[in-house]
Design a binder for this molecule. Structure first.
Ligand code: EPU
Length: 417
């Protein structure tokens, strides 16, 4: 599939931000631990969620779509403990079922996720953490095979503030009755906090949520009737960047401002005009952004998932910007596509040196991953001419109705199947 984008249309109006993909991808597998069905609201209608639903269904969990953004998940008939290659290879977040399956069945087999288009993405922190909880883990025929006789209390020190490992180990620990688990150097991302809130609302005893050290006292039962997922800060950030281009004016509704602070700070420092309300942000575009330095960091630092979109914005800034990628050193595939659109970018190891040009020009470009695709859509929207983006399947993984939302604001994006 392709997008055909007519460049340089003015974007004006308001839009509603969908639920957070990465929260939903954590909370959905955590439902494996529940006693009863749960209604999950504000689930984004995106491909990764459909993949997670398929995976849960294969395990015997009932997943029913009540409406576009609401799922009912009933884990009572779960009857399998093996997650197959076809789904795990599609999406790394599938690894999250490993711990909950191990808790339910004392055995779990999950295909080993590989790298992805922006480089190696190991799962050693997940594996080491589960081992500390008492699991015996081997890799056999491409599968992670985990068994456990008895879980144990543990202190897990994460070597890095990994979002996935923090989420996975918190959910695995929640239902370990009479065990006390301390996890140090936890990720503080809002999606980690949302998962912990969900579990606590279900009866878990997770203390220190949103701090470096989280303590979990295992309980013997988790149940919750319904839960609403937080808004997607990366979707919001992407539209904030879109609103920052000249002549545009967009009101974002359904945002949590604190989650966006690192992004808001950078936008303000390049001169973008923002009006911040309780759950809304109005962004007004500027003639030319100022150049800046950005370093991606774990939350509350600047998110790696916004690096590509900011590269598009800085590619037309006044002066030279420096973008240092500290989370995924090779996450720069979009830079080479932006260069086809006249951007002046040099990559030296994990640093991109972005020299602002007067304008981007249209080209045929290739989307390689979710956030790279978003940066190319943004580039297409401001480019002189009509841009074609190939392989936009990537964008459907994480942005709900992206062309519909942009077109409502005045863009001209056509999906070519
Ligand atoms: N790492 C390891 N070993 C591990 C786990 C992580 O070395 O066992 C390394 C990674 O290679 C990386 C760093 O630690 O260098 C951080 O990775 P992290 O575990 O935090 O990332 P993740 O959980 O795999 C989530 C998001 C990503 C987002 C990152 C960083 C989900 C489903 N994915 O990935 O989102 O980029 O956190 O914030 O929550 C996206 O939405 O486009 C996306 C890629």
């Amino acid at each position: 599939m392709k997008f055909y984008i007519e460049g340089q249309k003015t974007l004006k109006g308001e839009l509603y931000i969908s639920g957070a993909k990465n929260s939903a991808l954590a909370i959905m597998p955590a439902t494996i631990l529940l006693e009863k069905p749960v209604i999950l609201k504000n689930i984004p209608d995106v491909e990764d969620i459909r993949t997670m639903s398929e995976l849960l269904k294969i395990l015997g969990v009932k997943v029913k779509k009540i409406n576009k953004n609401t799922l009912e998940i009933d884990p009572r008939d779960i009857n399998k403990y093996q997650a197959p290659y076809e789904l795990v290879s599609k999406m790394r977040a599938s690894i999250y079922v490993l711990g909950p399956l191990l808790v339910r069945f004392k055995k779990a087999i999950v295909y080993m996720p590989g790298g992805c288009s922006f480089g190696p993405r190991p799962i050693d922190f997940h594996i080491e953490g589960l081992k500390k909880l008492g699991a015996n883990i081997k890799i056999e025929h491409g599968n992670i095979v985990a068994i456990v006789d008895e879980f144990k209390s543990a202190h897990i020190q994460l070597p890095f503030k990994s979002v996935g490992a923090t989420i996975h180990l918190i959910m695995t620990s929640a239902l370990l009755k009479d065990k006390k688990i301390t996890i140090s150097n936890c990720a503080l991302e809002p999606e980690v906090v949302d998962l912990a809130h969900f579990l606590n609302k279900a009866g878990a005893k997770i203390y220190g949520v949103g701090y470096d050290e989280v303590i979990i006292e295992g309980v013997n039962k988790l149940e919750i009737d319904e839960y609403e997922i937080i808004p997607d800060r990366i979707e919001a950030g992407t539209y904030l960047v879109a609103g920052s281009f000249k002549n545009n004016k967009i009101l974002l509704r359904n945002v949590i401002v604190e989650h966006l602070e690192p992004v808001i700070d950078k936008l303000l420092s390049i001169g973008v005009k923002l009006k911040i309300y309780k759950n809304e942000i109005l962004v007004e575009g500027i003639e030319k952004p100022r150049s800046i330095e950005i370093q991606t960091q774990p939350f509350p630092g600047f998110p790696t998932d916004m690096q590509a979109q900011f590269m598009t914005l800085l590619s037309i800034a006044d002066g030279v910007s420096i973008i240092k990628e500290n989370i995924y050193p090779n996450r720069f595939a979009h830079a080479y596509e932006l260069m086809r659109m006249s951007a002046d970018i040099k990559i030296v190891e994990n640093v991109a040196i972005v020299k602002g040009v007067n304008e981007l020009t249209s080209a045929i470009v290739n989307a390689t991953d979710l956030r790279a695709s978003a940066s190319l859509v943004l580039a297409g929207l401001i480019a002189n001419g009509n841009t074609i983006i190939e392989n936009i399947e990537h964008i459907d993984r994480g942005y709900e109705d992206i062309e519909i939302k942009f077109n409502k604001l005045g863009a001209k994006i056509e999906r070519i199947i």
